[in-house]
Design a binder for this molecule. Structure first.
Ligand code: HEC
Length: 502
C-alpha cells in the first residue's frame, strides 16, 4: 500500500509540474538552449531573454511568436525534410512556455536553474590557418536594410582544400547574414553597394546563432572545398535597418587540409537549379519551375548531396526543391512555405543524400509581387526581373555535392544531435473563414479527424480550448473584440492563424 501511495503521489507531482512549470526548473533551460544565442545584450535580437525578469516581461510576445512559427527562426518545413542542427523547439517545450504564461510566470527556486550561458564574441574553432578580415565598414542602413559586397584576394601560390570555415561577425548586433563566395573571375571593385551576392561558388554562410561550416573529415573520409590559385573571396554582408552609423569588420577564418594531404574529395557548391529568364509583372504572384540537367536531361552518374541552400530576394514567397529517381521515388531537398530573406542558410542533411544516375532535379519558386507582401521593396509594385540588386529577384538553389562513393549515405552529418528530435513539430497555417469575423468562423482542416484547438489572446494566454472537426463552426461570441491566435496541434504539426473579431 505504501508503495502504491508513493507511485500515486509521484504521478501527481509529474502532472503538476508539467502543468505548472516554473522558470528555474522548466523555462530557463529552454530559453538558454533555443533563444539566448541571439537574445542576449550585444546579440542580433532586439531584446535579451537572459534573466527571469526579461523572460517574464516578454512572455506574451514569446508565446505568440513561437506558435506563429516565427521564433526561433527556422524556415524549412520539417514535414518535408529533416536536417542536422535544426533550430526548433519541441512540442513539450512549446507547451511548457504556454503553461508557464498561463499560470502567471512563477519563478521557482533559482538554485535549481541551469547555469546562465556566457556569450563571448569571437571564434568557436581555435587556430585557423588563414584569416581574411573585411575592411572596417560603417553601415548606411537607416530606414532600409543594406546589402554590400566586399572583394578580398587570397594570394596563395598553391591551391588549398578548405576543411572548415568560420565566419565571425565584427559586430554581432548588426550582422544579419553573411554569404561567402569563391570567385575565379577577372577581378572587380573591392566594395559593391546594393549587392545581393553573386552567382557561383557560394561556399559558406553565416546567420546569427549559426555554427561554423565543417566538411566531413575523419579517418576514412576527407571532403573539402577547393580554393584555386589566385581566387578572390566575395563576401556579401546584410546590415539591418536602424544600424546606420554602427561599425563592423567581419572576419573569415579558414581551416585547410595540410598541404600534401591526399584523397581529399572535392565538394562543389553550385546553383544547380536556377532560372534567369523570368519576369514578374507588378501585382502578379507567379510560380516558376526549373530542372537540372536542363533540356529534360537526367543525371549521368550518382551524386552525394551534403546540403541545400535556396535563394530568392525580397518578394520570394515559397521555394521547394526535390529530385525524382528513375524508379519514380521523390527525394525531398527542401520546402520553405514562408520565404524570409532575413533567415537563409545552408541546410545540412542528417545523412548525405544519394541521388542516383537517371534522376532529374526540380525546383519551384513562387513570388508575391503585390502590395500585400510586406517585404515588397516597391510601393506601388513594379515589374521585377532577375539580377543582383535588392529590387531584382533571383531563383537559385545551391547544393554542396560531390560524386557518390559507396557508403556515403551512411555518413551521419548530425552526430551531435541526440534522441528527442522526432518531437519537433512542423508549422502550418490554419485555414479559417471568414476573417475578420463578428462571431463565428469555420476551420478547414487538411486531414480527417479532430484537432485540439486553443484560442489565445494577445497576452498569449489561453482563453478557450476545444476539439474541432473539419468544417466546424466556432463561436467567439463570449470573447471581447480583438485579435486572437489559434493554436491547433495534431500529429506533431502545429496549425496556427491570427483571427480578428470585430
Ligand atoms: C537565430 C537568432 C534568434 C534566435 C535563436 C531566436 N530569436 Fe527571437 N528574434 C531574433 C531577431 C533578429 C528578432 C528581431 C525580429 C526579426 O528580425 O525577425 C527576434 C524577434 C523576436 C521576438 C519579437 C517578435 C517577432 O516575432 O519578431 C520575439 C517574441 C522573439 N524573438 C522570441 C524568441 C524566442 C522565445 C526564441 C527562442 C525560443 C527566439 N526568439 C530565438 C533572433 C532570434
Amino acid at each position: 500500500m505504501k508503495k502504491l501511495i508513493f507511485i500515486f503521489s509521484f504521478l501527481i507531482s509529474i502532472s503538476l509540474s508539467a502543468q505548472n512549470p516554473n522558470y528555474a526548473e522548466d523555462v530557463a533551460g529552454i530559453l538558454f538552449n533555443s533563444c539566448t544565442s541571439c537574445h542576449h545584450s550585444g546579440g542580433i535580437a532586439p531584446f535579451s531573454l537572459m534573466t527571469y525578469q526579461e523572460a517574464a516581461n516578454s512572455v506574451s510576445q514569446m508565446v505568440i511568436a513561437i506558435i506563429a512559427g516565427e521564433m526561433p527562426p527556422w524556415p524549412p518545413d520539417t514535414n518535408y525534410q529533416r536536417y542536422s542542427h535544426e533550430r526548433i523547439l519541441t512540442l513539450s517545450d512549446i507547451n511548457t512556455l504556454l503553461d508557464w504564461n498561463n499560470s502567471g510566470t512563477p519563478q521557482g527556486n533559482m538554485n535549481l536553474a541551469p547555469v546562465t550561458p556566457n556569450y563571448i564574441p569571437g571564434a568557436i574553432l581555435p587556430n585557423p590557418n588563414f584569416t581574411l578580415s573585411l575592411p572596417t565598414y560603417t553601415s548606411n542602413a537607416q530606414n532600409e536594410d543594406e546589402y554590400v559586397c566586399f572583394r578580398l584576394s587570397t594570394n596563395f601560390s598553391t591551391a588549398k582544400y578548405i576543411k572548415a570555415v568560420e565566419i565571425i561577425p565584427g559586430n554581432p548586433g548588426i550582422v544579419h547574414h553573411v554569404l561567402a563566395y569563391i570567385d575565379t573571375g577577372s577581378g572587380g571593385a573591392t566594395i559593391t553597394q546594393d549587392c545581393m551576392g553573386v552567382e557561383g561558388n557560394l561556399f559558406a554562410g553565416y546567420t546569427p546563432g549559426a555554427e561554423p561550416t565543417i566538411f566531413p573529415n575523419g579517418a576514412n573520409v576527407k571532403m573539402g572545398v577547393k580554393l584555386p590559385v589566385g581566387a578572390d573571396i566575395i563576401v556579401q554582408m546584410h546590415y539591418p535597418k536602424g544600424s546606420a552609423g554602427m561599425v563592423d569588420s567581419t572576419k573569415i577564418n579558414f581551416f585547410f587540409y595540410p598541404s600534401g594531404t591526399t584523397g581529399v574529395r572535392e565538394v562543389y557548391t553550385d546553383p544547380l537549379l536556377g532560372l534567369w529568364t523570368f519576369y514578374i509583372p507588378a501585382n502578379a504572384t507567379p510560380t516558376f519551375t526549373t530542372q537540372f540537367p536542363p533540356n529534360n536531361g537526367v543525371l549521368t552518374s550518382d551524386f552525394s548531396i551534403l546540403s541545400v541552400f535556396p535563394h530568392m530576394h525580397l518578394i520570394g514567397e515559397e521555394i521547394t526543391s526535390y529530385a525524382v529517381t528513375p524508379s519514380n521515388d521523390t527525394i525531398p531537398f527542401e520546402r520553405i512555405n514562408n520565404w524570409d530573406f532575413e533567415w537563409q542558410g545552408f541546410y545540412n542533411f542528417k545523412n548525405i543524400l544519394k541521388v542516383p544516375a537517371g534522376s532529374r532535379m526540380y525546383a519551384k519558386a513562387k513570388y508575391n509581387n503585390t502590395s500585400s507582401n510586406p517585404n515588397n521593396p516597391n510601393n506601388p509594385p513594379q515589374m521585377v526581373i532577375p539580377g543582383v540588386a535588392t529590387t531584382d529577384e533571383m531563383f537559385l538553389v545551391f547544393f554542396q555535392y560531390l560524386p557518390y562513393q559507396q557508403g556515403d549515405e551512411n555518413l551521419n552529418l548530425d552526430s551531435l544531435l541526440s534522441v528527442g528530435i522526432e518531437d519537433k513539430p512542423s508549422f502550418n497555417k490554419l485555414s479559417i473563414f471568414p476573417n475578420p469575423t463578428d462571431d463565428k468562423f469555420q476551420v478547414q482542416l487538411p486531414f480527417k479527424g479532430e484537432l485540439s484547438l486553443k484560442i489565445l489572446n494577445t497576452e498569449g494566454k489561453i482563453v478557450k480550448e476545444m476539439q474541432v472537426n473539419p468544417y466546424d463552426w466556432i463561436s467567439l461570441k463570449d470573447l471581447p473584440n480583438g485579435t486572437y491566435l489559434l493554436y491547433g496541434e495534431k500529429d506533431k504539426t502545429i496549425y496556427s492563424a491570427k483571427i480578428i473579431k470585430q
